[in-house]
Design a protein. Structure first.
Ligand SMILES: Cc1cc2nc3c(=O)[nH]c(=O)nc-3n(C[C@H](O)[C@H](O)[C@H](O)COP(=O)(O)OP(=O)(O)OC[C@H]3O[C@@H](n4cnc5c(N)ncnc54)[C@H](O)[C@@H]3O)c2cc1C
Length: 526
C-alpha cells in the first residue's frame, strides 16, 4: 500500500509515534512548559470513526477519479488548525465531504465541475488541506464535493530567459522544488506548511513565505493565473507588470476557492542562492529589537530573514537565553557575496542595543535552533493535543506608528482570556514579515486545556484576540486567509461597497453559488 497522510494530524501515518512515545513526548512537553502532568490520550483510529453516509454519488463516468470511502472523506473533512487536529484526533468528523474527486487533467476537472454544479452540490477546491481557517471544511453544507488537485502536480514549462515557470496548482512545495532543481531554479516560497501545501493553495490564500522582506507574499511571485469557473475559463496574460485596470491575477489571488478552481500559474523564479549568511542578534527587550527591525525594514537592505522573537518565544524554542529577545537575520544571493549587507545590518542592530555574533553560512547556534523548532512545530502539535495542551497561533500586521500600543493591547487581552479560560498559560510573539511601514506580528498561545472542552476554550481565546486586533486597527490575517473562521472580523474590516462588488463578481462567475460557500462572502448579499 502506498504511503498515506494521517487522516487527522500533520505528516504521514508512518510518522505517528507509537502510543508509548506519544505519552513520553506529551508528558515531556508538559514538564518543559511547567504544566502539571495529565493523562495522555491516544488518537481514535479511523476504523472506530462513524461517518455520516454520503448524500451524493459520483456518476459512472467519474467513478475512476472519485472516492467515498472513510479515509478519502475523513482526511479531507478538516484543515490543520488546532481545532481541526483536536476534532480529528477524537474522531469527530461532523461534516465530511460526500464525494472526493481527484481530476488528473483539465478536461476531467471540467466534467467534475459540470456534474457537481448540476447536482447543486458545494464544490470545495482542496490543495494540501493545510488551511487553518476552516477553508476546506464543508461546514453545514448540504451536499459537498471535495476537488482534490494534487494529481495536477507538474512543472509544465520553464522559460529560462524570463526566469519563470508554468506550474500546475496541485504541486506541493517539495514536489515543485524538485522539478525546478534540474533547471537550477527555485521558487523560494517556503511557508511553514511547505511540505504539504500546494501552489494553488498558496495563490488562493495569498500565502506568506520564506522572505521576511520584499517578496513576502505569493502575490509577488505570480506572473499569471489560469482557473476554471462555472462560467468558463479565466486566464490572465503573462506580464512582468501591467497598469491595465484592476488586475485579473489579483482578483483570483486570495479568492480562497470561491471564484474558480486554479489549475496552473506562471510564477517568477530565482536562481538558487550561492551566498548565504545568517546571524542571531540578542536584545534586552522585544521593544528594543523592534526599533532595530524598523531601522532594518526602512534601510533598503531587504534581508531575506528578519524574524524577531520576543523573550517568551526565544525561551520556548530554546533559541535565546532567558530574558532576551532574538532577531534571526539572514541574507542570500545567487549573484554576489552578502557579507557587506550583513555587516551593515548588524551595525544597525548594534546601534539599537543589539548584541551581535559572528555570522554563519547557513545559520548555526541560536539561528539553527530556531529553524529546527520552526520545522518541527507542526509535528509536535499533534503531541500537544495528546497531552491536553492548547496550542495555536494567530497573526496580523500593523503600521509602526501604532505598533507598540497595538501589540501590548492584543497581548494583554489575549493573556487575560488565557488566564480566565485556562488558569495559566503563555502568549508569545514574533515578527514573521517586516515592511518599511510596519511588521506582521505572529502570536503563539500555549496553555493547559480541559479535556473535552479544549475547542471551546481555544475559541474563546481566539475571539478575544480577534476582537483586540480588530479594535486596534490591525488586519484579521496577514497570511493565514479568511476561510470560515475569520469571517466576522473580515466582514468588519472590508468596505461595504467592496463586499457588494465581490458578491457581484461571484454571481457572474459562479451563478449557482457552488464554489466554497461560506468563505469570504455570503449568498444573501445579492
Ligand atoms: C503548521 C502550519 C503552518 C503554516 N504556515 C504557513 C505559513 O508560513 N504561511 C502561510 O501563508 N500559511 C501557512 N499556513 C496556512 C496554510 O498552509 C496556507 O493557507 C496554505 O497556503 C494552504 O495551502 P493548501 O494547498 O494546503 O490549501 P488548502 O488548505 O487545501 O486550501 C486553502 C484554501 O484555498 C482553496 N484552494 C486550494 N487550492 C485551490 C485551487 N487550486 N484553486 C482554488 N482554490 C484553492 C481552498 O478551497 C481553501 O479555501 C500554515 C498552516 C499550518 C497547518
Amino acid at each position: 500500500m502506498s504511503r498515506r497522510l494521517k487522516h487527522w494530524g500533520w505528516g504521514y501515518e508512518d510518522q505517528q509515534p507509537a502510543p508509548e512515545q506519544v505519552a513520553e513526548i506529551a508528558l515531556g512537553l508538559r514538564a518543559h512548559l511547567g504544566f502539571e502532568p495529565a493523562d495522555v490520550d491516544q488518537p481514535v483510529p479511523l476504523e472506530e470513526v462513524q461517518l455520516r453516509p454520503p448524500r451524493l454519488e459520483a456518476p459512472g463516468e467519474l467513478e475512476e477519479i472519485s472516492a467515498s470511502d472513510d479515509y478519502a472523506r475523513a482526511s479531507r473533512a478538516l484543515g490543520k488548525a488546532y481545532r481541526d487536529v483536536v476534532r480529528g484526533f477524537r474522531g469527530q468528523f461532523d461534516d465530511p465531504p460526500d464525494v472526493v474527486c481527484s481530476p488528473g487533467d483539465e478536461e476531467e476537472l471540467e466534467r467534475v465541475l459540470d456534474w457537481a454544479c448540476s447536482a447543486d452540490a458545494a464544490v470545495i477546491p482542496f490543495g494540501g488541506g493545510t488551511s487553518v481557517v476552516g477553508g476546506v471544511e464543508p461546514r453545514g453544507l448540504e451536499r459537498a464535493v471535495c476537488v482534490d488537485l494534487r494529481r495536477l502536480d507538474r512543472v509544465l514549462e520553464v522559460d529560462r530567459t524570463s526566469r519563470a515557470a508554468r506550474i500546475q496548482a496541485g504541486a506541493t512545495g517539495p514536489g515543485l522544488e524538485e522539478q525546478l532543481r534540474e533547471h537550477e531554479l527555485t521558487l523560494r516560497h517556503f511557508p511553514q506548511s511547505f511540505e504539504y501545501s500546494t501552489l494553488g493553495g498558496w495563490i488562493a490564500t495569498r500565502a506568506g513565505g520564506h522572505f521576511a522582506t520584499l517578496m513576502t507574499h505569493i502575490d509577488d511571485l505570480v506572473e499569471s493565473v489560469r482557473a476554471l469557473t462555472p462560467a468558463g475559463w479565466w486566464e490572465s496574460r503573462r506580464l512582468p507588470g501591467s497598469g491595465a485596470g484592476p488586475s485579473p491575477d489579483r482578483m483570483l489571488i486570495g479568492s480562497e476557492g470561491t471564484l474558480g478552481v486554479i489549475t496552473e500559474a506562471w510564477v517568477r523564479l530565482q536562481d538558487r542562492p550561492r551566498w548565504k549568511a545568517s546571524a542571531g542578534v540578542l536584545f534586552d527587550s522585544f521593544a528594543a529589537g523592534a526599533e532595530a527591525v524598523r531601522a532594518l525594514g526602512q534601510s533598503g537592505l531587504w534581508p531575506s530573514n528578519c524574524r524577531l522573537l520576543d523573550e517568551a518565544e526565544g525561551a520556548l524554542t530554546m533559541a535565546a537565553p532567558d530574558g532576551k529577545a532574538l532577531l534571526v537575520l539572514g541574507f542570500e544571493s545567487a549573484d554576489h557575496p552578502v557579507d557587506s549587507w550583513m555587516e551593515r545590518a548588524q551595525e544597525l542592530a548594534r546601534d539599537h542595543g543589539g548584541e551581535t555574533s559572528e555570522p554563519k553560512g547557513e545559520g548555526g547556534d541560536s539561528v539553527g535552533t530556531w529553524r529546527n523548532a520552526f520545522v518541527q512545530a507542526p509535528y509536535l502539535r499533534d503531541s500537544f493535543v495528546a497531552g491536553g495542551i492548547i496550542s495555536d497561533t494567530f497573526e496580523t500586521s500593523i503600521t509602526w506608528d501604532r505598533f507598540e500600543e497595538f501589540v501590548s493591547d492584543v497581548r494583554a487581552r489575549t493573556e487575560a482570556a488565557v488566564a480566565e479560560v485556562c488558569g495559566t498559560g503563555r502568549v508569545s510573539c514574533r515578527f514573521t514579515h517586516v515592511y518599511p511601514d510596519g511588521p506582521a506580528p505572529y502570536f503563539t498561545v500555549i496553555a493547559p486545556g480541559r479535556r473535552g472542552a479544549e475547542i471551546e476554550q481555544w475559541d474563546e481565546i481566539k475571539r478575544a484576540a480577534s476582537e483586540a486586533i480588530s479594535a486596534g486597527g490591525g488586519t484579521i490575517t496577514h497570511h493565514h486567509a479568511v476561510g470560515r473562521d475569520h469571517r466576522p472580523w473580515y466582514d468588519r474590516q472590508r468596505p461595504e461597497a467592496f463586499a457588494q462588488a465581490l458578491a457581484g463578481a461571484k454571481r457572474a462567475l459562479d451563478p449557482g453559488w457552488n464554489l466554497n460557500p461560506g468563505v469570504l462572502i455570503e449568498a444573501d448579499r445579492m
